[in-house]
Write a protein that binds this ligand. Sequence first.
Ligand SMILES: Cc1ncc(COP(=O)(O)O)c(C=O)c1O
Length: 448
Amino acid sequence: MADPHPTSGLPTALLAEDDPEVADLVRRHKESLFPSVGLNYAEPIELRRGEGQYVYDGEGRQYLDFFGGIATVSTGHANPEVNAAVKAQLDRITHTSTLFLIRSQIELAERLRAMTPPKLNKVFFTNSGTEANEAAFLITTLNRDSNELVALRHSYHGRSFATINASGQAPWRSSTLSPLHVHYVGNPYCYRCPWEKTYPSCGLICARDVEAVIRTTTSGRPAAFVAEPIQGVGGFITPPPEYFQEVKAILDKYGIPFICDEVQTAWGRIGAADFGFQAYGVEPDVVVFAKGLANGVPIGGIVATDELATSIRSLSLSTFGGNPIATTAALANLNYIATHNLRDHARTVGSYLIERLWGLAERHQVIGDVRGMGLLVGIELVRDRLTKEPAPDVALRVLDAAKERGLIVGKGGLHANTLRLSPPLIVSTADVDAAVGILDEALTAAVA
Ligand SMILES: Cc1ncc(COP(=O)(O)O)c(C=O)c1O
């Protein structure tokens, strides 16, 4: 096996134009797929194989994966325990539809109920985070007889007709037509406070804005408030510790359900806790999940109160939702996270990562902010620390330079200037050292 911690001295990656096979794939991708399905890198790569925290391209070149398929590969690529369970299930039965009893679906639903607050009693399975948010919007709008939703600016909740409009980021809003009437509140973005205040002397004006918006722009009885504990696509924007408790008190005053979109933050990723809402000490009325639950096998869903779950009075099912393969993978994945104590591991390694990145910030003026929890960590790049002018071009160059040196990281944020690190939860402090070493070189190369 190649050097597990490549930091320097690696051969420069083959450029697509040098590799006819990759160039051909890029051409065919562009020819046959929607133009909105973008590719990372000036020279895109095909990841053909993965093992643990590593992925390999067509040339067999190894990369340390610090993005995890967008915070989705939680227990490592080709995890033998998860894969063995999936292979055995494939050989038993792949699909039955939800018209038949599915043992693994029932077991997973029981497990999710046990992991969430007692009032969250019913589970509905989907195949993606988008669909899961759709289900959450459906039950809350039906229950409250309202099409009004309160959402955060800089949020991302999916790519469908309703979820696009719940998302507060122009680059992702292909349509503003919507079945929902969405009211957007300022987000808890301390680095770029919408009110230009400083935490904690701000008095959490962002939380108080929720009440102001409810009272001034809604009918007074919106269907729900939706938020991610840490805004993922928004650039891992991490609210201050008291934010959700203050917001929840306001929601309770008006009897408004809280939809917690845990698509990026669940399953131990944020360290110590299973979910983001636990880290913030609140109980939502609907938990939305997807991404990391089945280690990359498509799955999504919601856990909701009995009252909200019974709001759907018509017939309603998802053909693939809760299918035997995805739910078997999820159970094996949750077992792996629990038996290997990956929640606590994510906290320890994540704290070390954040500490190392602040160290990097001492040498690289382009780093404006480092934030996150556990192994969900963002690095916001700016042209100048005083003006905080976003540096999306530098972010692009860092992504390419890191890839050339054998490291994969993500990118996001309204201005596309935040590097997103969300590796599989199995990474070690030695992996962090390797990643930070490469980022150091990549940042130097990107600003040169
Ligand atoms: C917080 C959040 N919600 C919902 C979604 C949509 O999930 P999917 O892409 O599985 O539809 C995403 C995707 O990135 C997300 O980050």
